[in-house]
Design a protein around this ligand. Structure first.
Ligand code: NAD
Length: 500
């Protein structure tokens, strides 16, 4: 267990290959949400001057990095992936202590970082463009990807290794340099990632880390004229504010935002399987995954039975510090998250029937943490607030419906579109749902979570702005296309004119 009495270690910014204090000397603490007496570390509260230095360092490093052959850049990604694998347990434990998710999930989070590092390392030897026939004789036509320049990377705390890696790896292999601002609830995880990038041998200035608030550091990144591409994951409210400002400079902007993900359970579903999938999706990471299930759309024929089974299982989930391997549900990330969940539970009492949970938990060992009981409401109408707004906590609404069409309409009837799932034993129904669900990620006979890094990840509607992370699609955020024509005919040939 952690030594609560030890003084916190102070960590620094990483700029131009050196670990340095913030210009104005301010710091902030990162605390363990399972026991707020445990200070995980002290971090630099960076500001615009630090961002300016980091941007200058990234800009200076850019020419040599983009001139480094992509397969060589990829080799550094391989080295980083291997280092992250060697340090998996250490990083996972730091993650659990810093942001609360249980150890098994923290290991999965680190594994996603390893997976994307290896996937993108391979892109160093692929990064395909097209070579196509020209419409004119003796003419060559092809397209290639080129780096954009300095990438601003702004990340949330809920996947504090995976999400930074999803962004850093494609940005770097494509030849961009980076200014990286992590969430203030997970600066240690970000620091560990950057330490391993340094060990892997990325040249000074290629990766720069500036910790600090969204207002001080995030704004400066978004407003910098020298950062032409921003990749942001976080809430829709912050994403919209960033989009407005980045739009003024016509920046490339990738947004991955909120969700209100539904599991549809039809009358022919395997209910045991559905219960397993729903519990894992709704209460894993304490409901704080972007792909968390916060709505169950259940056919009225099985809704009562389903709710009874969910109640039995949810009320038995073991809460506590995620460092204890027997714990199933960790804390919420901070006091503000607890207040938000409490507010929504109050709203929920007027919108549905509370089945289980509904309160903070402060017994015994949990007295100093941000714990909230897994909570289920049933009988919720699809347009109610708890069925429409992202709560980002362990609160599940069950929405009874009649049949497939009503189920799909309820599942799609929100302004988000990240992930959705359907439980049915009928293959025809499953294929219809694969077509009909409005979401970037669809699961059949599984919950709403569990993305694999070689497929595109991202959402429809207000979950994003059309970009995707992971898979080959991730390169689109961080590269410009260049179409190249080589005319070896030795004469002027005019496309669309000389070949009619
Ligand atoms: P948040 O929007 O509060 O913060 C995200 C990041 O943005 C942090 O680093 C924060 O410091 C920074 N930030 C805040 N204000 C800023 C500003 N004005 N300019 C620039 N940066 C600013 O989100 P959060 O609470 O850290 O994360 C939870 C949210 O993230 C949820 O809504 C969740 O759904 C979403 N999320 C989405 C995905 C996805 O892939 N769609 C994945 C994970 C989390």
């Amino acid at each position: 267990m952690t030594d609560v009495a030890a003084p916190p270690t102070t960590y620094q910014l990483y700029i131009a290959g050196r670990w340095v204090d913030a210009v104005d000397g301010r710091t902030f603490d990162s605390v363990n949400p399972a026991d707020t007496r445990d200070v995980v570390g002290r971090f630099q509260a960076g500001g615009p001057a630090d961002v300016a230095m980091a941007t200058r360092a990234a800009d200076t490093a850019s020419a040599a990095w983009r001139a480094t052959p992509a397969p060589k850049r990829g080799e550094l990604l391989y080295r980083f992936g291997a280092l992250l694998a060697d340090n998996k347990e250490r990083v996972a434990r730091a993650m659990t202590r810093e942001m609360g998710k249980v150890l098994a999930e923290a290991r999965g989070d680190v594994q996603e970082g390893i997976d994307i590092a290896f996937l993108m390392a391979g892109e160093g030897r692929r990064m395909f463009g097209d070579t196509v026939p020209s419409e004119l004789p003796d003419k060559w036509a092809m397209s290639i990807r080129q780096p954009i320049g300095v990438a601003g990377i702004v990340t949330p705390w809920n996947f504090p290794v995976a999400i930074p890696c999803w962004k850093l790896m494609p940005a770097l292999v494509a030849g961009n340099t980076v200014v990286f601002k992590p969430a203030s609830d997970a600066p240690l995880c970000a620091t560990l990632v950057v330490e391993l990038l340094e060990q892997a041998g990325f040249p000074p200035g290629v990766v720069n880390l500036v910790t600090g608030t969204g207002a001080d550091v995030g704004d400066a990144i978004v407003d910098s004229p020298d950062i032409p591409v921003i990749s942001f994951t976080g809430s829709s409210a912050t994403g919209k504010a960033i989009a407005e400002r980045a739009g003024r400079r016509l920046k490339r902007l990738s947004l991955e935002l909120g969700g209100k993900n539904a599991v549809v359970v039809l009358r022919d579903a395997d209910l045991d399987l559905a219960v397993d999938g729903i519990l894992w999706s709704a209460f894993g990471t304490t409901g704080q995954r972007c792909t968390a299930c916060s709505r169950v759309v259940a056919d009225r024929a099985i809704a009562e039975e389903l709710v009874a089974r969910l109640e039995t299982r949810a009320s038995r989930l073991r809460l506590g510090s995620g460092l204890d391997e027997t714990v199933e549900v960790g804390p919420l990330v901070n006091a503000a998250a607890v207040e938000k969940v409490e507010r929504y539970v109050e709203i929920g009492r007027g919108e549905g029937e509370l089945v289980t949970g509904g309160a903070t938990v402060r017994d015994g060992d949990l007295a100093h943490g941000h714990f909230f009981a897994p909570t289920i409401f049933t009988g919720v109408e699809p347009m109610r607030r708890i069925a429409q707004e992202e709560i980002f906590g362990p609160v599940l609404s069950v929405i009874p419906v009649d049949g497939y069409d009503e189920a799909i309409s309820a599942a799609n009837g929100v302004r988000y579109g990240l992930s959705a799932s359907i439980f049915s034993r009928d293959v025809n129904t499953a294929f219809r749902a694969m077509r009909d669900l409005d979401a970037g990620i669809v699961y059949v006979n599984a919950g709403t979570t569990g993305a694999e890094t070689h497929l595109p990840f991202g959402g429809w509607k207000e979950t994003g702005n059309g970009h995707r992370e992971a898979g080959h699609a991730a390169l689109d955020t961080f590269t410009e296309w260049k179409s190249i024509y080589v005319d070896y005919s030795g004469k002027l040939q005019r496309a669309q004119i000389d070949n009619q």
